[in-house]
Design a protein around this ligand. Structure first.
Ligand SMILES: [Zn+2]
Length: 157
């Protein structure tokens, strides 16, 4: 299942990417562009703009969110499409550009990340589009806890 978020849903897009869902987001996208992209790439449109209902071609691809809190919106999407986020899919996509991240062996990143990070982290992932390295750190642990507490994800066994 792939999504495209309307402008002003940037935070929701980041949440979806964090959980590993293929999600496009462009700030200031025109409605017509949003619609043609959804049709071309078979994406579900996530929006709060009821005006989009005028595009009959995407009637079945449009999901209008009712809440305005990103985490609440995330739950609306998961519920509507009956999605069950998996721990193994966390941080598999770049939060900035949606590209799938590639695991990189530690020895290859020594000159590319801060020394402290290199010393304390074992797992590195890379976005080839942004030329950016990510590492889990405490962030991933906190994120997992939040996802479990918010009942977005089940506790890993
Ligand atoms: Zn990226």
């Amino acid at each position: 299942m792939k999504f495209i978020c309307d402008d002003n849903l940037g935070k929701l897009a980041k949440w979806l990417r964090t959980l590993g869902y293929d999600t496009l987001f462009y700030p200031d996208i025109e409605d017509t562009e949003l619609v043609s992209n959804a049709l071309r790439e078979e994406r579900i449109i996530l929006s709060r703009d009821t005006e989009l209902k005028r595009f009959k071609s995407v009637e079945k691809k449009l999901f209008l969110l009712s809440g305005n809190q990103p985490l609440g919106q995330l739950k609306e999407v998961l519920k509507r499409f009956n999605l069950k986020p998996q721990e193994k899919n966390l941080f598999t996509r770049c939060l900035l550009c949606n590209q799938l991240l590639i695991p990189v062996p530690k020895k290859e990143v020594e000159s590319r990340v801060p020394p402290f990070v290199f010393k304390t982290q074992e797992n590195f992932i890379y976005c080839s589009k942004c030329n950016k390295f990510y590492w889990a750190g405490t962030h991933l642990k906190n994120l997992k806890r939040t996802m479990v507490e918010e009942k977005v994800m089940e506790k890993a066994s």
